[in-house]
Design a protein around this ligand. Structure first.
Ligand code: IMP
Length: 419
């Protein structure tokens, strides 16, 4: 009967999709609370691989899945995703919040053009229009799902397209011009396509919690990409942290029982920004290849490095984590020696905290571990892996509830259920 938030503790791509899918088995409702099509959750079911960008990963257990008001919805992609799932025989019982903002064709164009214009300060966004959609939301000129399905968008879309064309022409000096007629036609198609899915997400989730049903809040991206608490400006434009779940769904913080942090056994990052434990050597390339560390959305190679426990401690504080799930532990197979960062050398001092505004100046302090060839020995974790896990628990003060030892559902060790 609890309400559980699942949140990324690093820079995203921790394997949240798999853990959400695993925990969904006992969930009744799974709700996404922020982000948009910049997310890409990979779920492996038998021989099939699904890559979800908007529909919550809990959809495969026949749960009610919901998209909260904190999400930005690209209607073209959402409709395609629903169709792909439906034709694969997956039942999509979905409610989309009318308060969620809509990503329209001018947003990705502006996103790519703004990032290019930043020159050396480029963020390396996913170019999915996330920043510009949230900009419009905060500037109070955005189009909401409610506007789309009630056909109250035309005047504002015309105004927004005029504005976007002026920005493209005079500010960004880009040749691209947007055709308002075409966009309005697309809106009309999306309006029809989304009509049957729109509903009251806050009410549904609050009622579910009241009725003591199991509710899972699914975060996209992660703590260090958070607009307020991440490595600004190299962040996304929403709040992936646990507090974002309350805002992005419309539930009070007193209703939340557990916050499960997803922590990959090493660290990765896509795009620009500081990364103290980054590996520019063969081990980094090994992790990238074995861990298939290439963006689900953009295909870009992810930067790889050792596990950084200063980051996990910081994530624990910001999110109020109650436990961890450790993912992709099997990717470390075959490495002779392993390292975990347990502190930083920063401005002449050894610290175990994280100066987020100056993370680029932090030098990692490592402890070394024996590696392992095979993670599981007769279904049990090998002693070297146990030592690695124990160190994470000791340094963070958090219990590891789940250990993912491979991409499939069955490759999961559950030591304590969040339910
Ligand atoms: P945006 O969210 O597309 O604006 O991109 C901002 C930054 O967040 C870029 O560095 C992206 O690579 C990163 N980012 C956005 N979504 C994800 C994700 O799901 N996983 C990892 N990085 C992401």
């Amino acid at each position: 009967m609890p309400a559980v938030i699942i949140v990324g503790t690093q820079w995203g791509d921790e394997g949240k999709g798999k853990i959400v899918d695993y925990c969904s088995k006992q969930a009744d409702f799974v709700v996404r609370y922020q982000g948009g099509t910049n997310a890409g959750h990979t779920i492996v079911l038998g021989e099939k691989v699904f890559k979800l960008r908007l529909v919550p990963s809990g959809v495969f257990y026949g749960n009610k899945v919901l998209i909260g008001s904190g999400v930005v919805v690209d209607p073209e992609i959402l409709i395609k995703e629903i169709n792909t799932l439906t034709t694969s025989g997956v039942d999509v019982d979905l409610i989309v919040s009318g308060k969620a903002h809509v990503t329209l064709p001018y947003h990705p164009i502006l996103d790519g053009s703004w990032d290019k214009a930043r020159g050396r300060g480029k963020i390396g966004t996913t170019k999915r229009g996330i920043g510009p959609t949230y900009t419009d939301k905060i500037s109070r000129r955005g189009i909401r799902v409610h506007d789309l399905v009630n056909n109250t968008y035309e005047e504002r879309v015309r105004w927004n397209v005029r504005l976007a064309n002026k920005i493209l022409q005079y500010v960004l000096e880009v040749d691209h011009r947007l055709d308002v007629k075409e966009i309005l036609q697309q809106c009309s198609r999306w309006s029809t396509g989304l009509q049957r899915y729109v509903g009251n997400v806050s009410q549904t989730i609050n009622d579910a919690i009241e009725a003591k049903r199991n509710v899972l809040f699914e975060g996209a991206q992660a703590t260090f990409l958070d607009i307020d608490h991440g490595t600004y400006p190299f962040v996304t434009s929403s709040n992936p942290i646990a507090g974002g779940a309350c805002v992005g769904v419309g539930v009070g913080p007193t209703k939340i029982d557990q916050v499960l942090g997803i922590c990959k056994a090493y660290t990765t990052r896509v795009g620009k920004g500081p990364f103290p434990t980054e590996l520019d050597d063969d081990i980094g390339i090994h992790l990238q290849e074995i861990g298939k560390e290439f963006g689900t959305v953009t295909g870009r190679p992810r930067r790889c490095g050792w596990l950084d426990l200063n980051m996990i401690r910081y994530a624990s504080m910001i999110n109020g984590l109650t436990s961890l799930a450790l993912t992709k532990l099997d990717v470390l197979n075959g490495l002779e020696r392993l390292r975990i960062c347990v502190g930083y050398r920063w401005r002449g001092e050894n610290i175990t905290s994280l100066p987020i505004y100056d993370m680029g100046s932090c030098e990692p302090i490592y402890v070394e571990f024996e590696g392992w060839e095979t993670l599981l020995d007769g279904g049990k974790l090998c002693s070297e892996a146990k030592a690695y896990i124990a160190k994470i628990e000791e340094e963070t003060g958090l219990q590891i509830d789940y250990i993912s030892t491979g991409p499939k559902r069955v490759d999961t060790i559950c030591r304590r259920s969040v339910w």
